[in-house]
Design a protein around this ligand. Structure first.
Ligand SMILES: *Cc1c(COP(=O)(O)O)cnc(C)c1O
Ligand SMILES: [Zn+2]
Length: 401
């Protein structure tokens, strides 16, 4: 039998409203903040003297090794499929080709259900179970719904997944196999969110929408802890991330800030510049960042091969912009053809069949190098958020330019 490591005692002590900082209990079921209808963010007691890495359960080879900095209180409620601790790969052939000093890729496609969404949903469903929830509902561009369906099955909760009709068959099919109820909607994830509000008007189900419950973010932040641990507490100079709803970007940055507060990172060490990568077909963050619109509230997006990036009106936009500002980062958008080119290059040069989202991240690095924003001697870390296999119906037959 697989050995289950014990969960270190969680140091969570509050949730705060991302807009006005009002404090709320982390020991009750919460959604968005009652004060501002904005995301709630978890706070931990950081007042323990710790050397880098102390407090990590090394016997646990999943994201749960950082349990002290995660919100789950009781081991018995943990719903896990072994998510996290994904490989941090070097890309030597691409580095040589582009004359780069250090090029790394964290491969989140190796997670259960084939994407980094496993982290967020393992955490959110564990907390839902801990707080006595019996069923969950989610609007999704694909991967989050699949992950929710899997973790709900594993935790004994009911799952309702609402996704765009044009989502690749593999995503729908996997949800069916986990026994989820699946609703198909004409439109993008924001249209699915409207359908979720209808279906759940009575509030019987917990709405697991991005940043509408506080704990998917806590699962996602473990990517930041792992990157630091895997690089022996020396963070890269630049980190590129495909941003849709934004929990990955916001979560990784949260982890970096927490590790600074814990003293796990040198106080004088600079944190990475964070690059949000979007699809040209749906790039609300870029439009706001460039000042073409005050915010994304009226943005209209089009579908993209990178289904996870088709998020026209992300609730987390202000938090993403804050990360870009604090880290001196930027936003880049990549075309559909560019994503296919990136998939070919990562496939042919490095043996990686990445999601179009991950390919966009590599193409963004190339673009920023060409523009001189990124330098060949910097340590560059790419996040591949998903496995290409799920996107087969989007990309089949296009391996040749
Ligand atoms: C959901 C998703 C994204 C976007 O992630 P956010 O955390 O919502 O910004 C990127 N890539 C893939 C493969 C996804 O499934
Ligand atoms: Zn508030």
């Amino acid at each position: 039998m697989k050995r289950v490591a014990t969960l270190p005692q969680s140091r969570i002590h509050a949730l705060h409203c991302a807009q006005c900082q009002t404090s709320y209990s982390p020991f009750e079921l919460q959604s968005v903040s009652p004060c501002c209808q904005q995301p709630l963010v978890a706070d931990y007691d950081m007042s323990w003297p710790l050397t880098p890495g102390a407090g990590i359960n090394l016997a646990d080879s999943s994201m749960w090794r950082y349990g002290a900095l995660l919100p789950l209180l009781d081991e018995a409620n943990k719903v896990t499929l072994g998510e996290g601790l994904t490989p941090l790969l070097t890309l030597p052939r691409l580095a040589a080709r582009y004359d780069l000093h250090a090029l790394l890729l964290k491969d989140e496609g190796q997670n259960p259900t084939g994407s980094f969404k496993a982290r967020g949903l393992s955490m959110a469903i564990s907390k839902a179970k801990e707080l006595g929830v019996s069923g969950c509902i989610i609007p999704t561009a694909g991967n989050a719904g699949v992950a929710m369906a899997a973790y709900c099955a594993r935790g004994g909760l009911s799952a309702t997944v609402v996704m765009p009709r044009h989502t690749p068959e593999a995503f729908k099919e996997e949800c069916y196999w986990y026994g989820a109820q699946v609703e198909l909607v004409d439109g993008l994830i924001n249209d699915c969110a409207a359908r979720v509000r209808q279906l759940n008007a009575g509030g019987e189900l917990l709405d697991i929408s991005t940043l509408k419950e506080p704990y998917r973010l806590e699962g996602k932040k473990t990517m930041g802890y792992e990157i630091a641990e895997q690089l022996n507490w020396q963070l890269p100079d630049v980190l590129l991330y495909p941003a849709g709803g934004g929990t990955g970007l916001i979560g990784i940055w949260k982890a970096f800030r927490e590790m600074k507060a814990l003293g796990w990172l040198a106080p004088e060490a600079a944190l990475p510049r964070m690059v949000a990568v979007q699809a040209e077909n749906c790039c609300p963050l870029l439009e706001t960042y460039l000042g073409h619109q005050p915010n994304c509230h009226n943005y209209t997006g089009r579908p993209t091969l990178a289904n996870g990036l088709a998020v026209p009106r992300p609730l987390g936009e202000p938090l993403m912009l804050e990360v870009l500002r604090e880290s001196n980062g930027t936003v880049v958008a990549i075309s559909e053809e560019g994503m296919l080119e990136g998939m070919r290059e990562l496939g042919q040069q490095e043996g990686l069949f990445v999601a179009p989202e991950g390919a966009a991240v590599w193409m963004a690095a190339r673009k920023l190098l060409a523009e001189g924003w990124l330098h060949a001697d910097e340590r560059i870390l790419l996040l591949n958020t998903g496995n290409g296999q799920k996107y087969m119906s989007n990309v089949a037959g296009r391996a040749w330019a």
